[in-house]
Design a protein around this ligand. Structure first.
Ligand SMILES: Nc1ncnc2c1ncn2[C@@H]1O[C@H](COP(=O)(O)OP(=O)(O)OP(=O)(O)O)[C@@H](O)[C@H]1O
Length: 254
């Protein structure tokens, strides 16, 4: 499903946090959202996912204004992997992932074989099948993150929003998770801090600064030495990587 945002504005009191943002994500595309701390990435993701209403502007998903899509329909189509989402109650890993099936079940239908298959497949994809009976609170930070991703996968969404999904993950799982997101047959928007991972796995990148779009385009077009200096305040050398069109950034220590 396509995502289109037009002139999104959001803020609190007198502070504008998302400032006139427009963007398009094509069907099947992985869009990276990058920007310094506090630049508005999480706030924008929440607007795009329909979790928050903009003060002005609109979001369309699959050509439909998100404000007019019923909650339950939206929950079937859109998954959101939040930053450090907490689950307090005493539940197993499998229970957390099962929650992903909620939008697909009616009050009358019981737990189906299809639900069971979706949960098992999602746990498998994030390498957590062996932990299915473990209590969620006893998981490590990276394992929790992978279980939250499994819950989103079990939802079988058409669109996925991920807020720093590689937080807490070791390098193997950072790469595995982003490769999976890129290769899944769905449209995704991913907020990322690691610019080399953004270059490796995103089809296009949007750069935010102070809530506004400072640049957008392919990783090669966006991730220039000048932009890294200007937006991220770092000195770096940008060169080719082993893949054409995919830049590699080497940060200078000083
Ligand atoms: N509900 C709120 N009330 C007040 N300020 C808020 C609220 N939500 C976000 N902000 C502020 O808006 C700015 C953008 O926050 P946001 O979390 O969207 O940034 P971010 O780019 O995701 O940051 P980070 O990279 O640090 O995760 C921050 O300065 C934050 O303090």
């Amino acid at each position: 499903m396509r995502i289109a945002a037009r002139n999104l504005v959001w803020g609190v009191r007198r502070r504008t946090i998302v400032s006139d943002v427009s963007l398009d994500v094509q069907e099947g595309e992985t869009l990276g959202l990058i920007g310094p701390n506090g630049s508005g990435k999480s706030s924008l993701l929440r607007l795009l996912a329909g979790l928050r209403r903009p003060l002005s502007g609109r979001v369309e998903i699959g050509g439909q204004d998100i404000a007019s899509v019923p909650r339950r329909t939206l929950a079937r189509q859109v998954a959101f992997v939040q930053q450090s989402a907490a689950t307090d109650t005493n539940v197993s890993v499998r229970d957390v992932v099962r929650l992903g099936r909620t939008p697909h079940r009616s009050a009358l239908s019981g737990w189906s074989a299809e639900d069971e298959t979706a949960v098992a497949a999602a746990l498998d994809r994030v390498d957590m099948a062996g932990h299915r009976a473990q209590a969620w609170q006893t998981l490590s930070g990276g394992e929790r993150q992978r279980v939250h991703i499994a819950r989103a996968l079990a939802q079988a969404p058409r669109v996925m929003f991920l807020d720093e999904p590689t937080n807490h993950l070791d390098i193997h799982h950072q790469i595995e998770i982003l490769r999976m997101v890129r290769d899944l047959d769905l449209t995704s928007v991913v907020a990322l801090h690691d610019l080399n991972l953004a270059a490796m796995f995103c089809d296009r990148i949007v750069v935010l600064r102070n809530g506004a779009v400072a640049a957008s385009g392919t990783p090669e077009a966006v991730l220039t030495e000048a932009l890294l200096r200007d937006i991220f305040r770092v000195e770096a050398e940008v060169g080719p990587s082993s893949r054409p069109g995919q830049p590699h950034i080497r940060f200078k220590a000083g």
